[in-house]
Write a protein that binds this ligand. Structure first.
Ligand code: XMP
Length: 190
């Protein structure tokens, strides 16, 4: 089975992705030049973006990871919980750059940002690979972003459907028959 066959169209090619990351890496570099900071990658979706991004940032930084997921189902109201957090000394008093794969409703990044603030971060800025502003529920704008994307479910370059497609090197939309085999996935499992 070849994953490429499930893709209806490519939204961002490998070359476009690399150019966008060059641009965002330069923006991050000038924003943090002279200041110690930690890149906090939200698992699992942002691991590919974060690893490409940090290799283009030629100033000192530290790297940490966290994971959040949603709970509740069906008509039960959903909430978020942290599954995994950096240790307190990686958060307290540190400038953090929270890196995620996609900013959709905004609930996930808003929740994580509030949790890091509560734990004493000096400041938390956000950097997302994709931004889907048409789906926003929580008023949050990323400080840095590679691309704005239409309201289509996308996979590849870290983004998944039911755990698959993260390893595609581009971002694509899935064919309708592939999507219809799955209900729209919960948007908060990273
Ligand atoms: P919220 O809605 O909290 O969601 O901003 C952020 C998380 O939702 C997932 N997500 C997607 N995953 N393709 C994906 O593979 C998409 O089009 C998509 N939209 C949202 C993702 O896990 C993200 O971290």
């Amino acid at each position: 089975m070849n994953l490429h066959g499930d893709i209806e169209r490519v939204l961002f090619t490998e070359a476009e992705i690399q150019r966008a990351i060059d641009r965002v890496a330069a923006e991050v570099t000038s924003a943090y030049d002279g200041n110690d900071f930690t890149v906090v990658s939200v698992l699992k979706g942002s691991c590919i973006f974060a690893s490409d991004l940090i290799r283009r940032i030629p100033i000192p930084l530290e790297l940490a990871f966290l994971a959040a997921s949603s709970y509740g189902s069906g008509t039960v109201s959903r909430g978020l919980r942290m599954n995994f957090l950096p240790s307190d000394n990686e958060i307290e008093g540190r400038s953090l750059l929270l890196v995620d794969d996609i900013l959709d409703t905004g609930k996930t990044l808003h929740f994580i940002q509030a949790e890091l603030d509560r734990r004493g971060a000096r400041g938390v800025r956000t950097c997302v690979f994709l931004d889907k502003p048409s789906r926003r529920v929580v008023p949050i704008e990323p400080d840095f972003r590679c691309f704005e994307v239409e309201d289509t479910f996308v996979v590849g370059y870290g983004l998944d459907l039911a755990g698959r497609y993260r390893n595609l090197p581009y971002v694509g939309a899935l064919r309708e028959e592939v999507l219809s085999r799955h209900s729209r996935p919960d948007s908060t499992t990273g």
